[in-house]
Design a protein around this ligand. Structure first.
Ligand SMILES: [Fe+2]
Length: 178
């Protein structure tokens, strides 16, 4: 996949904002404002695999290293569901097309995970989370694709460092690395 130059520009502008702000809480709102000004590729330009979701890294802060921020576009087949998983410190999700359900979980006193909220996301909607640096169980969630589509993501590190949870909760994982 050829990386769209518009997204690389967005990512470079984001890195500049990140490196010049002393308020990391501003990262999500900054991105939400900016993504609406960029033209994303159509879903049919993104690699697709049936019954899976495909990860496409479109930009990286430190090319060739797993440290630093990265930007991804994912394409999702209908009914695909991720594992219940966490992420590095910062995560940003933006729906370009399709419809998605996100289940959010918290650690319960029993040591298990507890479902706290389910949200539906449609095109133009964004979600972000700022958690603890150096931890990989921030923003524990599961995504289900209700209608095939594609999404834009920015993470503070390689998103695959996030912890996946099993335990007493049933889940299926259709993770397909690039
Ligand atoms: Fe995720």
């Amino acid at each position: 996949m050829t990386s769209p130059p518009e997204l690389k520009t967005l990512f470079q502008n984001f890195l500049h904002h990140k490196n010049t702000t002393d308020n990391l809480d501003s990262l999500g709102p900054w991105l939400q404002r900016q993504v609406t000004a960029y033209s994303f590729p159509d879903a049919n330009q993104i690699p697709f695999r049936s019954a899976a979701y495909t990860r496409n890294r479109v930009a990286q802060e430190n090319s060739g290293h797993d440290q630093g921020f990265e930007a991804l576009i994912m394409r999702w087949d209908e009914q695909v569901q991720t594992s219940i998983h966490g992420h590095p410190e910062f995560s940003f999700y933006y729906v370009i097309s399709g419809c998605f359900n996100m289940d959010l979980f918290a650690h319960a006193s029993t040591g298990r995970l507890r479902l706290t909220e389910s949200k539906r996301f449609v095109p133009g909607e964004a979600m972000w989370f700022l958690g603890q640096a150096g931890q990989y169980d921030n923003f524990i969630h599961r995504v289900t694709c209700l209608e095939t589509g594609h999404t834009f993501h920015i993470y503070s590190e390689d998103a695959r460092k996030g912890l996946a949870f099993g335990g007493s909760i049933e889940y299926s994982c259709n993770f397909t690395p690039k």
